[in-house]
Design a protein around this ligand. Structure first.
Ligand SMILES: *Cc1c(COP(=O)(O)O)cnc(C)c1O
Length: 361
């Protein structure tokens, strides 16, 4: 038994998952094995949607393999990182038992997937200091070991903290939890960060999994395409827990189009633009009298504490500007999260908040 199998849910160790008609690797010219219609839909005259899609579209896998510089056997394509999170919870936590460790305030899907699976969520809060909202990796390791947690979720750059974790911190955690728990690094915003992806750490740590997505920097949120990148043994285990045809054909098509050299070059330009706007917004917001604190950010949003959050939020809303109210999250009773928009969008945010400052003065 390899170390991934040892961490896998005991009741799933001999589980093969669903065997779809597409699982069998055979050649043929007349396909009558999947009960698909013999005729195409009015909605799809060329009939490209008539057949079930490939469970893991080969050409898309090849493109992801090149983009993330990993072997195809280390990749699982799914419906956004959300599906990756859910698969990890379902594969590694026994339902109704076990626990995961998260560092709130953080992206809510880790806790949602755990709760739906009957798994306990153990919180190790972020620590608010001069440098921003930071994880306490040492406390996370201790708590995970004490609770016997199966998974520890890290978010780097953090949503909403904006903090990018160092490779040293991630590796230290992975080493301390080796053979005991899996460390998941959610890199939904890594394209906007100065630091490199933790994919490079996978070779040395078989209890590490990295989540990547096309939803943010690649501007394909509605296509619902994301990847889990991990050891081949972990990918095989997750694949057995996944739905038979998780990647809709039209979505795979758009994803492929987003990964051509020309598209990737455009994405890099747009990311650079977003980072430039982030720096400009961060400085300008910090100068406003109504702003208490702007957190450093390695992502495409800014976490901002306001003096009177009700008033600032109402001003923005009255101007048709919708930002994320973070006040329901622990430690963020006065905070809003503002995504980086186009320079016109951002100008508008600054204009409205500056006008409110002048009126209050
Ligand atoms: C937006 C976001 C995601 C993206 O989820 P998808 O399912 O890939 O759209 C994942 N993790 C975090 C922290 C996010 O903020």
């Amino acid at each position: 038994m390899n170390s991934v199998e040892a961490l896998l849910r005991e009741d799933l160790r001999d589980f093969g998952g669903y065997r779809s008609a597409r699982s069998e690797n055979v050649e043929g010219s007349i396909w009558l094995n999947a009960n698909e219609s013999a005729w195409s839909s009015v909605a799809d005259p060329p009939g490209v949607l008539r057949r079930y899609p490939s469970p893991q579209p080969e050409s898309l896998r090849a493109k992801f393999s090149a983009l993330y510089a990993v072997d195809e056997t280390s990749l699982l394509i799914g419906r956004g990182s959300d599906e990756g999170i859910d698969l990890l919870v379902r594969a590694f936590c026994a339902p109704g038992q076990g626990s995961i460790v998260v560092a709130p305030p953080v992206f809510g899907m880790y806790a949602v997937s755990a709760r739906l699976h009957g798994v306990r969520v153990v919180d190790v809060p972020l620590v608010d200091g001069d440098e921003g909202l930071r994880i306490d990796a040492d406390a996370m390791a201790k708590v995970a070991l004490a609770a016997g947690a199966s998974l520890v979720f890290l978010c780097s750059p953090g949503n909403p903290s904006g903090e990018a974790l160092s490779h040293e911190a991630i590796e230290k955690l992975a080493r301390r939890l080796a053979g005991r728990a899996i460390v998941v690094v959610d890199e939904a915003y890594i394209e906007y960060a100065d630091s490199p992806s933790s994919i490079a750490l996978l070779a040395a740590h078989d209890n590490l999994a990295v989540l990547r997505t096309l939803s943010k920097a690649h501007a394909l949120a509605a296509a619902r395409i994301g990847c889990v990148i991990a050891s081949p043994a972990m990918i095989t285990a997750l694949r057995r827990c996944q739905a038979p045809y998780p990647v809709p054909q039209p979505c795979a098509e758009r994803a492929r189009a987003a990964l051509t050299p020309a598209a990737l070059s455009r994405t890099r330009d747009d990311v650079a633009r977003a980072c430039g706007e982030r720096a400009r917004m961060s400085t300008a917001l910090a100068e406003l009298a109504s702003v208490r604190r702007v957190y450093p950010s390695q992502a495409n949003f800014l976490l901002v504490r306001f003096v009177d959050t009700d008033v600032s939020l109402a001003r923005l809303l009255a101007a048709g500007i919708v930002v994320r109210d973070m006040r329901g999250l622990p430690q963020l009773g006065d905070a809003l999260r503002i995504s980086i928009g186009t320079s016109q969008d951002n100008d508008r945010v600054l204009l409205i908040l500056a006008a409110a400052d002048r009126e209050a003065a």
